[in-house]
Design a protein around this ligand. Structure first.
Ligand SMILES: NC(=O)c1ccc[n+]([C@@H]2O[C@H](COP(=O)([O-])OP(=O)(O)OC[C@H]3O[C@@H](n4cnc5c(N)ncnc54)[C@H](OP(=O)(O)O)[C@@H]3O)[C@@H](O)[C@H]2O)c1
Length: 308
């Protein structure tokens, strides 16, 4: 099969097309014929070696956490799927998605939303699952609460906005000038242009902050929270000194693959309550270009690699 693999850490150019043996599904695993795979910032961070301290790659490595495709073959013990089923999955940090076939544990695979094609469905898994877990499983966001979502136009943020709105929360999103109208389309109650306004000057008494940026944005986010509120960062551990100073909880959260989250998200999508946003579609062999674009930090929604 065809795959885009890397044999060493480096720039986008280390992604190279290779022919390799098609993997076989083991016990409780399914083999997915990948139709589309999306790109996450983790992919270029792993490729460049930025995360090798906590997630060293074994070379050659096939990156890519998010896939949508068709079940080609099932391993022993698989009960929920059969050949031909249309599925989507987050494969987690191990990746394997930039290829014509990928193996996944049955437990992390879900039925693809019926209303989406594979390109749109591939845009969902990691961004959707991370937003879902951070908002509902960690922050326990409830109807009527106020939530500040940073990078609301990005791969995680666009889902966070839509899920929080579907829950009945009051949603504030941050983005640059170019994305202000887009945030309104997504459904935010208030869009903040971080190029013109310091968000902490206009956002007060939030119950929840979803930090997708870190650094200075994370530090200033404490000022936007109400006492007893919670800051969930998906990028770096927040300062516990600041948490104590402001009387809030603050923690780092790393998402994990979940078929039940994907099933819940598929229901919202098929009910027309959540849409997917794909800014760019490229053929698999243009993965290096996709990484360059992702690395720019200004993707709207997702970049998807079309595999078949
Ligand atoms: N812990 C986990 O489990 C987990 C899971 C997924 C992702 N992550 C991490 O979370 C981060 C976000 O992921 P992602 O997939 O959403 O990234 P992404 O799609 O690449 O984010 C791009 C978005 O960031 C926005 N942005 C850039 N600078 C901003 C700023 N200063 N303020 C507000 N928005 C800004 C851009 O909007 P403009 O163009 O308008 O600036 C763009 O829409 C990444 O670092 C990723 O590695 C962690």
């Amino acid at each position: 099969m065809k795959a885009m693999r890397i044999h060493q850490y480096g720039g986008p150019e280390v992604l190279a097309q290779v022919e390799m043996q098609r993997p076989a599904p083991g016990v409780n695993e399914v083999l997915i014929k990948v139709h589309a795979a999306s790109v996450n910032p983790f992919d270029w961070k792993a490729r460049a070696g930025y995360v090798k301290e906590f997630f060293p790659l074994t070379f050659p490595a096939t990156l890519g956490s998010d896939v949508s495709g068709t079940v080609e073959e099932v391993g022993p013990g698989v009960a929920r799927f059969k050949r031909g089923d249309e599925v989507y999955a987050s494969l987690g940090l191990e990746g394997g998605g930039y290829a014509e076939y990928a193996v996944a544990k049955e437990a992390i695979v879900a039925e693809k939303p019926g209303t989406l094609d594979h390109v749109q469905a591939a845009a969902v898994p990691t961004g959707g699952i991370t937003a879902w877990q951070a908002l509902f499983e960690v922050a326990q966001l409830r109807a009527g609460q106020k939530v500040l979502i940073h990078a609301a136009a990005g791969g995680v943020g666009n889902f966070a906005v839509q899920f929080a709105k579907a829950k009945g929360a009051y949603v504030i999103g941050t983005a640059s000038s170019r994305n202000q109208a887009f945030l309104v389309e997504l459904g935010v109650d208030k869009a903040v242009d971080y190029q013109k306004t310091r968000f902490e000057d206009v956002v007060h008494e939030a119950d929840v902050v979803l930090d997708t940026i870190g650094g200075d944005t994370q530090e200033r986010s404490f000022k936007a929270l109400k006492k007893g509120g919670i800051l969930v960062s998906i990028v770096q551990p927040p300062s516990q000194e600041l948490a104590t100073k402001y009387g809030v909880r603050a923690l780092f959260y790393g998402g994990h693959p979940s078929s039940s989250n994907l099933a819940e998200i598929a229901k919202l999508i098929d009910a027309g309550k959540v849409k997917t946003v794909v800014e760019t579609v490229l053929p698999l062999e243009e993965a290096p270009r996709a990484h360059e674009l992702s690395q720019s930090g200004h993707v709207r929604g997702k970049i998807v690699l079309k595999v078949a």
